[in-house]
Write a protein that binds this ligand. Sequence first.
Ligand code: FES
Length: 124
Amino acid sequence: MALYSEKVMDHFRNPRNVGIIEDANAVGEVGNAKCGDIMKMYMKIEDDIVKDVKFETFGCGSAIASSSMATELIKGQPLSEVAKLTNEAVAEALDGLPGYKMHCSVLAEEAIKSALDNYYENQA
Ligand code: FES
């Protein structure tokens, strides 16, 4: 059995929504201290909907695939749904990740949560 699913390989080779959003109103950055990988998430939120989302990930293939899939899952979604996104849901949408790579999907969940925190801070 292949170590990585077709979906992981597809999102690793052709990541969706890579880049930055100049006028983002929600930006989150997280890192994994052990592997040193970093993920940055930019969102443009309007009327409590994620109108646009982009990411920059300096990390392993699973982290890139996880960020790509996470952006696909939250684009166009209301913030109430975005806040509920778990790393397990990201990994599931990728048809699974090897156990020792699950922490890479955690970065995606954390980057989104960090961006949401930043959004609410900006609103305060
Ligand atoms: Fe660091 Fe995957 S090995 S996020």
